[in-house]
Design a protein around this ligand. Sequence first.
Ligand SMILES: Nc1nc2c(ncn2[C@@H]2O[C@H](COP(=O)(O)OP(=O)(O)OP(=O)(O)O)[C@@H](O)[C@H]2O)c(=O)[nH]1
Length: 837
Amino acid sequence: MPRLSPPSAELPEGHALPATRVAMPVRKRSLLLSIWPFVALAIVQTVLAISSLHILGAMRAFSSGESQWSKGQKDATYALARYAVSGDPAAYEQFHQGLHIPMSDMQARLMLEDQGYAARAQASLLLLQGHNEPEEINALIWLTVYFRHTESIGELLGRWRDADEPLHELQTLGGDIYACLQLAPPTSEQKQSWLAQINSLQIQLSEAERAFNKALGDTSRAMNKWLWSINIGIALAMLSLLMGHTWRLQRKTARAEDALDLVSERASTTLAAIGEAVITTDAAGHVVYMNRAAEELLGLSLEQLVTGKLVQHIHAPPAFAGGDLGSAPPLVQTAISEALEGREHPRDTIFRLYDAQQQVREVKLAFTAISDDNGTTEAVFVLHDVSQEQSYIRELAWQATHDQLTGLVNRYEFERLLGVFLAQTKQSPTPSAGHAIMYLDLDQFKVINDTAGHIAGDAMLRAMSAMLQRCLRAGDTLARVGGDEFAILLTQCSFDEAKRIAEQIRDAAQNVRIQWGERSLSAGISIGLVKLAAPLASVEEVLRVADMASYGAKQRGRNNVYAYDPGVDQEIARYVGEMEWVERIKAALEGGHFCLYAQNIVALSTAADHIAGGGLHIEVQIRMHLPDGNIISPVLFIPAAERYGLMPMVDRWVVKQTLKTLVHLQKTGQTPAITCCAINLSGTSLGDERLLDFLQEQIALHGVDPRTLCFEVTETAAITHLPNAIRLVNALKALGCRFSMDDFGAGVSSFGSLKNLPVDFLKIDGAIVADMLNEPAHRAMVEAINHLGHALGMKTIAEFASSPEIVETLRGMGIDYAQGYAVGRPQPFSDALTVTR
Ligand SMILES: Nc1nc2c(ncn2[C@@H]2O[C@H](COP(=O)(O)OP(=O)(O)OP(=O)(O)O)[C@@H](O)[C@H]2O)c(=O)[nH]1
């Protein structure tokens, strides 16, 4: 019986499948089950044969016993007759000897009839004395004891019993004759009488003997007949049993053959249908069988293969399969040869196979040896083509580690590579020129997206990434780590060299232009350059500081390089500090540590006051409570909130809180009533398309009159998010809200933007106002902005009116409103507001 040897990866060599071991007891049991009726019949037959022999032996014993008995009684009667005539004592002695034989038999029979098998020993002795054959005595006793109640043996014993009385009479007559002869010689009449009696007894005994012989013959024939019938019956029973059994066996065999055919058909259909290539070879590797998938994989049919070994038919690598074969998977031919020699590879090993078109495929190989007691007889190879799977895995791995748009390494992979690099440099610090990391952030990239669309933005990102690749040295790693952010790991690069490369990139970025319709788009780049040196150790730290450095470059006016050497430079600490503000802002939003202040905006002419309706005009400003009780100015935390995208949340909090407080002050009878309440909206919020819905929803929710609300936006924010800003301004103005252009004069001061944004107030940047008394240029700017505002139908507000002189000068210039310490300091907005003039 062949055995399937288990795959060596799972069971140690030499272990056979347990299936064959458990099969043996099952087979023994089923063999026993099928032959037991024959065994039972054989036992019955044997018992019957032994019994038949016994019975026949006993019959023979009866027969020979009877002849001894007959001889004995005849000798006795003859001797007694002689004694009666002659008075010879020798004749009398012969009489006794002759009579002793039938008398012994009779006594034995009587004892057996009376006591059964218990009298066996005594009966044996008596039967011996009756001159029976010693070997036949047991059969005689057995038949007498156990069959004495059957009809035929009972009849036989009855006939024997008929001779008992004549024998007793013969014995008595012998005694009488002996007694008479001792007293006196007999008369002739007496002799004649004795002879007549002896003769009569002789006749009775002869008749009894004849009857016994007849019964013996009858019994013997009956026994024969009975034994014949039983033997024939048993033979017939055995025959029919054999026939039945053979018929059942034939049916079973037919069923098993059918099932085997079915299984074999199913197996070959399954093998033909499965996608895996299944090849069976003999122990030497000659192909015995292969399924369709194997034929397809090898590009050969079974007929073409039968002559040779499997490995000879697998295509060799083509001559042009050069490349880095060191990292290529091993050839499947090698694995097959090794498997046949008993050396197997783990099942998930991937092998190389060249198909009929000499295309390389990747396959996994499973090997199973079929063996019997003499060793391996056949080998089954299953080849699973995993080329597609492997290509998906590679594709997924690429996607997981690369950016789709630019094809560069993504942030995740860059962090991993940086981690590996940092670990290596820490483990084996070899002398080197040093290493650096660059963090690059495109400037005002949002403007390209917003004005030319995302597709143009994508094109710009691709153009920038191509430019960056051109600037790299061999061995540098470039990654896209965010929307418009890139990072470069410069290894073995002195910090001066890194600075030179950074400047080169910054210059090259100026020349990156993409033609979009009629427009030529370009973007500057802010570069943070960080020397990889102590105390920077972790990936997180390095990237955070690099990001900070790029922020530093932005703070220097964008399109700049900010180079940071951790051993020398301290300024970055400021940006690191900003990160701490981020945490505080988040905690303040969650824990309610923000509060609102209000600062009056005071009309400088009665006409302006009249416009305000005589009520209060204020600007709400946010402050933060610190745990130590200090109240923090927004100047400290707003840059961090803007940089790290927290402004939309802060703005929303301010709007909600302002509306709530307005309702509260209205209810508590704030006098004079607030007729214009200015709320600042940051640039990020202006870019948020959901802001309009939020504002409309909140105004409706709190039931605040929209005409009392004024939203302040900076010029830079408005320009950056122009389409959204225009939509917002128009929609809220339709409700009755007003708008201020904040910090006008500080940025680009595009007059075009003022035309596009129909605001109500122009707030002159405080930096210009604060020193206008000393700076004639600033004074002129204030006057120009005032004229411009008025020309566009706007009211003007001067910020930082910090002294009465400035206030008077502003009034003299015709500025409509002033805001600053000279006209009112910020005061908590939750309380009733005091008016300062
Ligand atoms: N076209 C395009 N835009 C993207 C992609 N990923 C992110 N962005 C945009 O890139 C912009 C990144 O803006 P920021 O870096 O925050 O700001 P910025 O306009 O570059 O201004 P500064 O960085 O302060 O100079 C956002 O408007 C994103 O929507 C992208 O895959 N394609």
